[in-house]
Design a protein around this ligand. Sequence first.
Ligand SMILES: CCCCCCCCCCC/C=C/C(=O)SCCNC(=O)CCNC(=O)[C@H](O)C(C)(C)COP(=O)(O)OP(=O)(O)OC[C@H]1O[C@@H](n2cnc3c(N)ncnc32)[C@H](O)[C@@H]1OP(=O)(O)O
Length: 283
Amino acid sequence: MLRSVLRASTTRLGVTGSRFCSSAADKLVITEVDDKTGYATVTLNRPPVNSLNLELLTAISETLDDLQNNKSRGMILTSSSKSVFSAGLDIMEMYKPKVDRMKEFWSTLQDVWFKLYGSPFPTVAAINGHSPAGGCLLSLCCEYRVMCQNYTIGLNETRLGIVAPTWFMASMRNAMSRRDAEMALTLGTLFTTDEALKVGLVDEVATSKEDAIAKATAFLDKFKKISPQARSMTKQALRSKDIMELEDNRTQDIDLFVYAVTQPKVQKGLEMYLEALKAKSAK
Ligand SMILES: CCCCCCCCCCC/C=C/C(=O)SCCNC(=O)CCNC(=O)[C@H](O)C(C)(C)COP(=O)(O)OP(=O)(O)OC[C@H]1O[C@@H](n2cnc3c(N)ncnc32)[C@H](O)[C@@H]1OP(=O)(O)O
């Protein structure tokens, strides 16, 4: 039985919420912990498409802190949307940006990556909708991915005329073969669920969100008889090279992001992409 709400993080207005004080619908991230298993289901809740702006990233980052501080037994990451897991980074954070906010935005994304990719507790993404770019990154940080049928997933940055940072690439390389990762990253491939399964970008296919959560739970159950400490040390050792590489280059990575995104050519590309998205949604 799910009991709500371990911690309701930042509200849509960007104000830190307190325990149990307002309805889950107001929260950017909803955390529910199962009494029996101790697993936390973390639901991204920024309609319409869970695009990752500074406030949503901050809420995710705080949630991951809470789970770690509470010695979580496992986390399932999913979305409250019926058709989108996450549309990736909020393009409005990059289009005509204010540099200070942009730096905070990127630094918070780095924090989320460190905390999720390197989490001591086991993590699964129950991908119940489309998952392009930054949405795909969040799922790649998890140890296991279960995806519902008939959606798309991938790091499609090159299709937007931008370059996925090396730590995005490392996360993809950790899940699939180097060859498939190179093809996917250079082409900016958005895979269908079945294609993603074939290349190992996702581990299982689900027929519904409920089925995805059940399969995610079954994955977490596999660790019941494994020492949590041995498990987390093994995971962190395997991922430490990627983590140290970004730790050593955090500031340069932020500077490179600001430099790249503020280039007039990139701004023009983002403008055109936004226009195309708006035109599509207006149809
Ligand atoms: C060597 C190292 C160099 C480093 C240099 C750094 C360079 C920077 C790297 C940056 C990495 C970027 C990562 C990203 O995540 S970029 C974002 C990529 N995301 C996408 O391409 C997805 C775009 N969205 C979609 O394809 C669809 O919306 C989706 C399939 C997800 C859902 O479709 P659906 O039909 O359900 O919804 P709509 O398209 O109608 O969208 C509804 C409204 O939401 C707006 N929207 C959608 N996506 C975004 C987004 N990512 N950001 C902001 N807003 C978004 C869309 O415009 C609609 O708005 P309106 O209702 O107002 O029209």
